[in-house]
Every structure is written in C-alpha cells, then in structure tokens.
Design a binder for this molecule. Structure first.
Ligand code: NAP
Length: 526
C-alpha cells in the first residue's frame, strides 16, 4: 500500500491542508517522503462529530460483531506485510525483529480484547430482583451494566509505534469497551500510522461498522492534540509520553466545562532492589541488568533507571560485572532526534550533579542519534537530598544508589515517586528484608516482580501496567492487559425498566449466557 500523507476521517482518506510535516529517519537525521497534510479545525470537528454519531449505534452492536471487528483489524494489519515493518524501521530506527515482535503483540492484544468482549464479564451485569412484599418498604427491580464512556482520544506513543499507537492497547481497549476512537498520530512515525489507520478503516468497512467508529488526525500536540481533548464529544483520553505532555492534557481535560478522565502513562524509573543473597549468588545479574537497560535503546517505560543495594563486597563485584557488560554495549539509534537530544542532555545534567560518579559507559561510535548506555552511582544521603536525581532519563541510563544499611534502603524506597514497576532480586536468605520492603513497594508501584526486570510487559489478564503518579495519572487502572477495558466504562443502573427496553445482558433469560451476579450470587442463568 502506497503511503500518501493522508489521515483517516471515518470512511474518507483526507490530505490535510493546514501545512505539511514529514517523517524523519533518525539513523540519518533526514526527512522521508511523502509530506503529510495537517488537520484543520473543521477536520477535527468532523472526526469528533462522526465519532459521537457512531457511539450509540456502535456500543449496542452485538458483542460478537464488536469482537469480530477487533479480530479483523488484526488480520488487516497482518495483510500489510513487510511494507509496514520496513516503514516502521525507517521511521523509528528500531530493528526488524523487535518490530515484528511488536506487530505480533499488537495483533494478540486485539484478539485478547475480542475474547474479553465475547466473554461479557466486562459488562459486570448484576441483577437484584424486585421484592414487592418486603417490609417495611418493597425493593425495586435493579439491574446494572457497564457502558462505554463515549468517544476516546488516543495519543500514539513514540516508543511503541505499533503496540501503543494507532491500533495499540489504548485503541483496542476503547473499541472493546464500545467507544469510538479518534487517534492523534505521533509525528515520530507518520507513515506507519497511515498504514495502520487504513488497515483499521478497511476492517471497519468490511465489518459494516458505523462511520466514525475510528478516525486518525495528523497535527501538532499543541493545536490538534489540545483541541481534541477539549472537544465536547470526546469523553476520555489515553496517552503515553512525557510527564509534561501528560500533565498538560490532564489540565486541559480538567478545565473543560465537563471534565473528563485522562489515562496518561508518563514517567517511571522502575527501582530495582538487589538484596545481599542475590548479589552473592547470581553471577548473571550484571549481564541481565545491562541487557534490560539497553533493550530497545533503553526507550521503555519500564527501563531499570534506578538500582538500589546495600554496600558490600558482593555489590562491588556486581559493579565490576555491570561495568564490563555496559562497556561491551554498542550504541543504538533512538526514536527521534528530539528524544536523542533529551537523553544526552539528561545524562549530562545527571553527571554534573555533585556526589554522582560515572561507573560505566557503553561504546561510542559517533552514530547519528545513537544512545550511549551509562551507569552512574551515588550514595543514599545524596539521593534523598536532591530531587533532580529522581527524574526519568528516557534511554539506557541508570543510577545506582549505595545504601549503608537496610534502614537506608527502606528509606529510599519510601522516598521515590510512584512507579510502573519495582523489582526485587532476592534469595531465600533475603526474605526478611523483602518482607520489610513489600508494603512500601505495594504503595509505590503497579507491578512488583522478583528476580527479573520490568522490561517485557506480558499482555495478559493479570497484568498491571500502571501505578501512582507520576508513572500514570490514575493509579486505579492499567493500560496493558484485559483490565485496560475498565478505563473506558461506567456503570448504569436500570430501576424498574420495562423488560422490552433492557439490553440482552440484563434480560431475565440471559441470552448471551454470560457470567452475572444475580441477587448477590454468581450465576450463568437467572
Ligand atoms: P511527548 O512529547 O509527550 O509526545 C507524545 C504525544 O503527545 C505527541 O503526539 C505530542 O504531539 C503530544 N503532546 C506533547 N505535549 C503536548 C501538549 N502539551 N499538549 C498536547 N499534546 C501534546 O512524548 P514523546 O515525543 O513520545 O517523547 C518525548 C519524551 O517523552 C521522551 O524523551 C521521554 O522522556 C518521554 N517518554 C516517556 C515514555 C514512557 O513510557 N515513560 C514513553 C515515550 C516518551 P506533538 O509531538 O505533535 O507535539
């Protein structure tokens, strides 16, 4: 499929007329053809109006049709074949194997949500029968189900051009919830976005979805992005990116006459606690850390940006091993010249802070937009005294905090901001320390993992990819895994509503045969 520089508004492919922008090949720092037209205010208006019109019809389609639509999107993405991977490689600098894996994850995610839709439990169908003879007052007939919030604005993430972009996790979970989606394409992978948007559009037409169930706009965050979030037809936002971008959108959403939820995934440094037993017995730890640190040029929200350990000869040995492993790492192309610039200046700023010393640096080759891996260290007192040491440096850089004792380790754990993940490396000998850390980690992080690193997020039913601020804007939710659908749903209670007006999931005979709670008990049939 030829890339034409178009966005998608309902069933139309549109070339914006508000100026143009080109994608950039970060490995050459050079523009790539073609030029993409930017959306005007009227194009944004049309996408939002179509989404709003589609909403009532789309959310009441049989669950089977919604599920089939999600699966068809996955099929049409696969139909794009190598052209999609080639364009994504050129626009992001990410290698072929990573992007092929990410395409698989994207399609699996869509299929997982199709399963969630068919299963019907997300509707939370709950029935309380009328008790007309109850004394002193009768009970009415009460039935609860969840419905979609309305059209959702999705901001594609730069670091997952497929799995968290146009047809990624936010889009898949919103569509599964019965919400039309308007995507704001990320300027870091415009051609990739056009290809995927056209695959979604093709699936929508093939599955006879209402026009407006999906649109994708191209334009700057400050204009199109802000206006999209401010638009009265938009009822929720999914975002992955910088802390400043996420906070700007939260403010816009909160300042609307009708405020709406923003699910922003922003900034996390993912502390890794290396306890004494693990340091002594796990000879592979330094290499495993260096591999996780440099995976995808360190451009993962779950990158291990903070290491913590108590001073000991075993820690010195770890440092020796980590130094060798990091020095053997070659630079890798970052996603955009802007992200590369932010990384190099972030590392320089860290290096200049008093009390911070360089432990190891990866090889430098002068590669364009190449991220050089780095490990710095400081002591706990310095870390606790300087808030600047806690900022996310997006890329393969980590800071080791040397603690004097267990109390200091727990104090640093207590001090850090909200995180997506917290990892603990421990053996049976470390259980007492791990037990002391656990309550703190539960308050700080969305996912706690043992003897591993947070990179590599499994798309599954029990996954939580979320956490307290600033890792996300709302710690009650996850953006990865089946529960991500809950972000875009709200409960409605139907009291004494005539049977012929009830949705099938709430009718007495349970024609969908879904799990429901009837008079307080789990039941498949009323
Ligand atoms: P970003 O600058 O936050 O941009 C993400 C998206 O939001 C883009 O579409 C951008 O549009 C839009 N946007 C940004 N600021 C906005 C604002 N004030 N109002 C409305 N829309 C806005 O993130 P990025 O370009 O992906 O990467 C930049 C930095 O973000 C990285 O260096 C890194 O620090 C961080 N980041 C973190 C994660 C993570 O998972 N923790 C992931 C990716 C990036 P335009 O670009 O068109 O303006």
């Amino acid at each position: 499929m030829q890339i034409k520089g178009e966005m998608i508004i309902g069933r139309q492919a549109v070339q914006g007329k508000e100026g143009t922008v080109k994608a950039v090949d970060p490995s050459l720092n050079a523009q790539i053809e073609p030029a993409f037209g930017l959306a005007s205010a009227s194009e944004l208006e049309r996408a939002c109006a179509l989404a709003w019109t589609a909403f009532d019809q789309y959310r009441e389609l049989p669950l089977e049709r919604r599920a089939k639509f999600l699966e068809t999107i996955a099929d049409r993405i696969m139909d794009l074949g190598p052209a999609l991977i080639e364009r994504a490689m050129q626009e992001t600098g990410l290698p072929q194997a990573r992007l092929e894996g990410e395409r698989g994850r994207t399609c699996n995610q869509l299929r997982l949500f199709a399963k969630v839709v068919r299963d019907g439990r997300f509707l939370t169908a709950t029935l309380d029968s009328a008790l007309p003879d109850r004394q002193p007052a009768p009970r009415p007939d009460l039935r609860l189900r969840k419905i979609g919030l309305g059209p959702v604005a999705v901001f594609g993430a730069s670091n997952f051009p497929l799995a968290f972009s146009v047809a990624g996790g936010d889009t898949a979970s919103a569509l599964a919830a019965g919400c039309p989606v308007v995507v704001k394409a990320h300027s870091a992978h415009l051609g990739t976005s056009e290809l995927v948007a056209k695959a979604v559009q093709k699936a929508a037409i093939e599955c006879d979805m209402p026009e407006g169930v999906f649109s994708m706009l191209i334009g700057a965050g400050q204009t199109i992005g802000q206006n999209l979030v401010a638009h009265p037809h938009i009822k929720a936002v999914g975002f992955t990116g910088s802390r400043s971008g996420g906070i700007a959108l939260m403010k816009t959403a909160a300042a609307r006459p009708e405020p709406i939820p923003v699910y922003a995934e922003m900034s996390s440094i993912n502390p890794v606690f290396m306890l004494e037993g693990a340091l002594q017995s796990n000879a592979r730890l330094p290499q495993a850390f260096a591999d996780s640190l440099t995976l995808g040029a360190g451009q993962f929200c779950t990158n291990p940006g903070l290491l913590l350990a108590i001073d000991s000869p075993a820690l010195d040995k770890f440092i020796e091993g980590a130094k060798a492993a990091i020095e053997a790492k070659n630079p890798a192309t970052m996603l955009t010249p802007g992200i590369h610039q932010a990384y190099t200046s972030g590392v320089a700023k860290l290096a200049a802070i008093e009390g911070v010393s360089l432990v190891a640096q990866g090889a430098t080759t002068g590669m364009t937009c190449g991220a050089v891996a780095a490990l710095y260290s400081t002591d706990a007192a310095n870390f606790l005294a300087k808030p600047d040491l806690e900022g996310e440096i997006f890329g393969p850089c980590s800071l080791l905090i040397r603690c004097r004792n267990e109390a200091e380790l727990v104090q640093v754990a207590e001090h850090v901001e909200g995180q997506l993940t917290a990892a603990v490396h421990a053996t049976a000998a470390d259980i007492a320390t791990a037990r002391k850390l656990l309550p703190t980690l539960e308050r700080k992080a969305g996912r706690i993992l043992f003897n591993g690193f947070g990179t590599g997020v499994e798309v599954a039913h029990a996954m939580v990819h979320g956490g307290p601020f600033p890792s996300t804007s709302d710690s009650r939710s996850t953006s990865v895994g089946a529960s991500a659908i809950d972000r875009f749903l709200r409960p409605v209670c139907y009291q004494d509503v005539p049977a012929e007006l009830l949705a099938p999931e709430l009718s007495n005979d349970n024609p969908l045969n879904i799990a429901r709670v009837v008079n307080g008990d789990l039941a498949w049939n009323a």
